[in-house]
Design a protein around this ligand. Sequence first.
Ligand code: HEM
Length: 207
Amino acid sequence: MNRPRIVDRPAFVLAFRLLAAFLACVPLLILAINIATQSLGPDPGQEVTESLGLAAFQLLIVTLAMTPLKRWSGWAGWIRVRRMLGLFAFFYAVLHVLAFLQFILGWSDLWATFTKRPYIVAGALSFLMLVPLAVTSTRRMVKRLGKNWKPLHKLIYLIAIAAWVHFIWQARSDIGEMVAYGLVILGLLALRWKWNGVRGLIPFARA
Ligand code: HEM
């Protein structure tokens, strides 16, 4: 009988999952250190909000990269961390929105707050679409939704685009970084198009 490859052994996959969880916590650790050492600069509230938003956005992109990595490497370990990374992205997005309310615009008249500027509307749309994905990410919900799960979770592509629009719309100067993120998202979406056709990218459409 063939012995499983080292990378397929449960202990290796577990170690990989722990590493991924640790890496996903790094932005929070850095933020905690910066708060503890009071190194957040002249506007700590803004800095906290921005760093949490950036962590949510980066983790969203990393989550989107898991399927291509699995296809290229043939290793299922990438998919074993996908849901966890997506949930971390949601976790950071929740903290980002809470920080925004707490430190920037306050808790009164939420409708006026979220519709104040176009870039905030884009962020709010991205966040609202993330909620059903987080809620339906448990094993039980995957089972319950059956073949409707995948069409729903294709919302992730729209979420990434809305988050990117939110990101680039608020840029005051140097947009090089935003353009680079945009190109990565475009590349990841183009791969889905190549593999599954355009319907593979459309939320709620059955591929
Ligand atoms: C209700 C939802 C949201 C609100 C109200 C909101 C609000 C904000 C605000 C006020 C900023 C700082 C803008 C500035 O520098 O003046 C920001 C930055 C940012 N947000 Fe959001 N956001 C929301 C959702 C999201 C979501 C869902 C993501 C990603 C998944 C995201 C990613 C980002 C990124 C990447 C930045 C830029 C950080 C940087 O400059 O390094 N936001 N957001």
